[in-house]
Write a protein that binds this ligand. Structure first.
Ligand code: TMP
Length: 236
């Protein structure tokens, strides 16, 4: 399958059409942004790591009954995926209070939540991805009731599968962000990426941050943290 025209360039990935209209190619970049693009930088090697980590975790999810857009890895930075229309929602799954939730509710980062929390944000950079609830989503027609139920059920299942798997690699899954897409026949599948850019990964014993918070908060050791996740998950 060959890349044809570039359809879209996001903050961390480019998406290309291919010679087959049913497939796209995603190409992961080393560019990093935070705070809705206000902070910009480069994380050397991030594109390759995020591509490989995403595909590894999506493969695991497929085996556990969660459909994804993944078709196959083409090169260290490129992956063939099913063409989907992205549902304009970011689904955030939280096990432990951190980041914006800790700030909003005045919780100490690291506080275990009484149960898993799901949040939805409307994907719109100009508006800064505002948080919305089920009523907004249904009123605006971003998803149907059945799609929203499926997206929520998949998100909780993904949390279960990933939390158990990562724990074996000595990683605590604090929170993460998911995006879903719709194939031409209306099937909802997991899309986008699952990587240190989109998850909070803490060392299970030391609570050391092994994710993009090192970049967001200028903690140093950014590249090493991404490499450590690749090493723990893919053994290299
Ligand atoms: P938050 O605490 O800043 O709301 O982030 C929650 C999770 O979502 C965290 O794992 C990082 C991820 N995330 C993204 O992947 N993209 C984003 O634009 C934001 C704001 C968060």
């Amino acid at each position: 399958m060959e890349k044809t025209v570039q359809l879209y360039e996001g903050k961390a990935k480019k998406v290309f059409a291919t010679t087959d209209p049913a497939y796209y190619i995603v190409d992961y970049k080393d560019d990093a942004t935070a705070f809705n693009g206000l902070k910009k930088g480069t994380i050397q090697g991030k594109g390759e790591i995020n591509n490989r980590v995403t595909n590894h975790l999506m493969g695991l999810l497929e085996k556990n009954g969660v459909p994804t857009h993944l078709v196959r890895e083409l090169s260290p930075r490129e992956t063939l995926v099913k063409k989907v229309a992205i549902v304009p929602l970011e689904v955030i799954v939280r096990n432990i209070a951190a980041g914006s939730l800790a700030k909003r509710l005045g919780l100490e980062e690291g506080t275990k939540l009484g149960r898993t929390v799901l949040e939805f944000c409307y994907k719109n950079d100009e508006l800064g991805d505002p948080m919305v609830n089920d009523y907004h989503i249904l009123a605006m027609g971003w998803a149907t009731e059945a799609e929203l139920k499926l997206i929520s059920d998949y998100s909780l299942k993904i949390n279960q599968v990933l939390s158990d798997y990562l724990a074996e690699a000595g990683i605590e899954l604090i929170d993460f962000k998911l995006e879903f897409g719709k194939t031409d026949d209306g099937t909802i599948v997991l899309a986008d990426e699952i990587s240190p850019d989109t998850c909070r990964f803490w060392d299970i014993k030391t609570h050391e941050k092994l994710d993009k918070d090192r970049f967001r908060r200028d903690l140093g050791g950014v590249e090493d943290a991404y490499k450590e996740i690749l090493r723990r998950l893919l053994g290299e």
